[in-house]
Design a binder for this molecule. Structure first.
Ligand code: SIN
Ligand code: FE2
Length: 204
């Protein structure tokens, strides 16, 4: 476990290969029930390079109307599938003090996808961390402070790594600059899957 900065904790290799493969299988089932969609940026309508789906009672979506959480898939209109038990167990391992997660955003990165610097701030409960799980190709993860202009640092996230974004870093800017091909055989074609577990509503 490495503290990158206050509240930002990196757990390299927390999931072994068998756990990664089992989790990817669970995600394949989720994608079958709840297909990947291409979100677009609010206002501009510019498409993201990542494709997304969700599991849990709530899912994060972005379209021209804005960013929000909603209980149904934006294209099929059906409820998101349940969060796999293995992910709820993982939350208990790294974020036990927080109430249970309500949303798991599934981000699929093809080899050339990236994600611009952003904050995760659409949750009413900002006391709970965001827990991020990386599967597949190694990614260059950039993180900074709570202001977009704060200096940033970068680390590589490998398959099986978990990052907890909480405490003083809960609103830290972060993003993925690029993937590194040939770094994992877990996801075909040098792809990557990132899962982020989020508590959305205030408990009670
Ligand atoms: C995200 O910030 O939603 C994804 C981060 C990642 O892909 O590691
Ligand atoms: Fe994020």
């Amino acid at each position: 476990m490495i503290t990158l900065q206050p509240g930002l904790i990196h757990h390299p290799g927390l999931l072994d290969r068998a756990a990664q493969a089992a989790l990817l299988d669970a995600i394949r089932n989720i994608v079958r029930a709840s297909p990947l969609f291409t979100p677009v940026m609010p206002k501009t309508g510019k498409p993201f390079t990542v494709r997304m789906t969700n599991c849990g009672p709530l899912g994060w979506v972005s379209d021209q109307a804005g960013y929000r959480y909603q209980p149904q898939h934006p294209v099929t209109g059906t409820p998101w599938p349940a969060i796999p038990a293995s992910l709820l167990d993982l939350w208990q391992r790294v974020a036990a003090a927080a109430p249970p997660p309500e949303a798991c955003l599934v981000n699929y990165y093809a080899a050339n996808a990236r994600m611009g610097l952003h904050q995760d701030r659409d949750e009413a409960d900002l006391s709970a961390p965001v827990v991020s799980i990386s599967l597949g190709a190694t990614a260059l993860f950039r993180y900074g402070g709570v202001s977009r202009t704060d200096p940033t640092r970068s680390i590589r996230l490998s398959s099986g790594d978990v990052v907890v974004i909480g405490g003083a870093s809960r609103l830290a800017f972060h993003g993925i600059d690029r993937l590194f091909p040939g770094t994992s055989t877990l996801v075909p074609e040098d792809g990557r899957v990132n899962l982020t577990l989020r508590r959305v509503t205030l408990p009670g």
